[in-house]
Structure formats: C-alpha cells, structure tokens
Design a protein around this ligand. Structure first.
Ligand SMILES: C[S@@+](CC[C@H](N)C(=O)[O-])C[C@H]1O[C@@H](n2cnc3c(N)ncnc32)[C@H](O)[C@@H]1O
Length: 241
C-alpha cells in the first residue's frame, strides 16, 4: 500500500512554501541537539557502519548532512519532491544522495534494497505524522531496508507530547509561528501511543534492541525564552541475531 494523495499533497505543499535555511521549520533543530545525541545511542548497536545509511523522511536534510559527515554512503529519502529540493540545495557538495520514495510502500523499499543491499536507517519524526493505516506498512518497509544486517534508530514524540502540543495550540498567543504552517497544510501533529512503535516493529519481524527517552528539540521558544521540546521515545531495532 502507499500513502493517500491527501497526505502526499499536504507534505508537498508544506515543503513548497517552507522557507530555506537552517531552523526555518518547527522541528529543524541543530544536529548536535538531535542526530548527534541519537548516534550516541544508535552506534553501539550498528553491526556494520560501512552499510549505507538511509535518513528516512529526511525533509530538508539537516540531519542527513550531519550523518553524511560520519558515514561513507548516506541517502536522504523523502515522499516530497519539494523537501528533496531543499535538501539538495543545502548540499551543493553532494555529500549525500537523495531519493524520492514512499516509505509506506514496501515494493519501493524492496527496489531500493535491491540497489543498496542491507542498510542502516535513521527515522526522526515520521511515523507519528503518518496516517494511522500507514504505520504498519512503514514498519514493514523499514524491515525491507534493513535486511539481515541493518539496524534502525527511530525517534518519535511520545504520548506526553500531546499535552505539550495542546498547550501550544491553546495558548493565549495561539500556536508558535513555525507551527502555524504545519497546521495550515493539514499536517496536524499526530501522537502515537507509547507502545505502538515497538509493536509495529515486532509485527514487522524486528527485535527492539534498545529504547529510551530524549526530548525532540524544536526551533521555537516560549515567551520566557525556553526552547520548546516535545517528550519523545527512541528505539533501536534490527533482526534478531
Ligand atoms: C516532521 S518531518 C521530519 C524531517 C526530518 N526527519 C527531520 O528530522 O528534520 C517528516 C518528514 O517525513 C516525510 N514523510 C512523511 N511520510 C513519508 C513517507 N510515507 N515516505 C517518505 N517520507 C515521508 C515528510 O515529507 C517530511 O519531510
């Protein structure tokens, strides 16, 4: 199965209107606060760091470029052509490769797996945003990317993020400026039940090798100058040895 055209169009129109430049969108935090922290938890479980690294749902590629400084072969993959346009413009040296694909379409994942072989995969803030029916297909496609030797790191807002988001929507000043375009394009931030991500991974035949909590740092601040962070849960997964 693949995503609905409503969902695809929502991302395409969001990225078509998104400003260029670091930190221009709500979740586009500096890699030292995001992928940099995540790698400390991910790398101990990576069996083969020489495998290609796929940044699945890479958006404008901020984390992809960081990964490309550390891994030899990095592919940023996204549903949206406009997102990939941002990512390519921000990477004039072609440190990473970019690819349009629907991560909820297992056949597309199998095609890329046939090209790349087993891969390690980084996923930040993609599954919670999907329509609920796309979550298991996305986990199934993830398993296809990994093959026998790849490992995945996923980080998604946890249930507690719902309360933080609700507070932002209902605050006296309305949602922060960078959250407004997300809503305008019909991308209501979803919240995945805390046990759903591990369950989807297990149903895809993967084993959860490690898990924990880390805040998902955003690029917005409260009125008192505090950076807005969404409570998030991370997991490392792969095929059992
Ligand atoms: C919240 S953004 C996160 C972007 C990036 N991971 C980051 O941390 O900056 C979610 C991204 O996932 C992409 N996406 C959503 N569903 C997807 C799918 N089924 N296949 C591929 N990409 C998808 C969207 O286009 C968007 O760029």
């Amino acid at each position: 199965m693949s995503v609905t055209s409503r969902y695809r169009n929502a991302w395409e129109s969001f990225w078509s209107e998104a400003p260029e430049g670091p930190g221009a969108v709500f979740w586009d935090a500096e890699p030292m606060l995001t992928a940099g922290r995540h790698l400390a938890h991910f790398e101990p479980h990576v069996v083969d760091p020489g495998l290609p690294m796929i940044d699945l749902g890479c958006g404008n590629g901020t984390q992809t470029r960081y990964l490309a400084e550390r891994f030899g072969h990095v592919v940023g993959a996204d549903l949206s052509a406009a997102a990939l346009g941002h990512a390519r413009r921000a990477d004039p040296a072609d440190r990473a490769a970019y690819r349009q694909l629907d991560a909820a379409d297992k056949a597309e994942a199998e095609t890329l797996h046939a090209e790349l072989g087993d891969a390690n995969v980084y996923v930040r803030g993609v599954l919670h945003q999907c329509e609920p029916d796309d979550r298991q297909p996305l986990a199934d496609a993830l398993a296809a990317f990994l093959g026998a030797r790849g490992r995945a790191f996923l980080v998604e807002p946890s249930q507690a993020a719902g309360t933080v988001l609700m507070g932002l929507f209902q605050g006296p000043d309305g949602p922060p400026a960078k959250l407004a375009p997300v809503l305008r394009h019909g991308l209501t931030p979803g919240v995945v039940p805390d046990d759903a991500v591990p369950e989807h991974l297990r149903a895809a035949g993967l084993t959860v090798l490690a898990s924990g909590e880390l805040p998902l740092v955003t690029t917005e601040y409260t009125m008192d100058g505090t950076r807005i962070e969404l409570p998030s849960a991370w997991v490392v997964a792969g095929r059992a040895k």
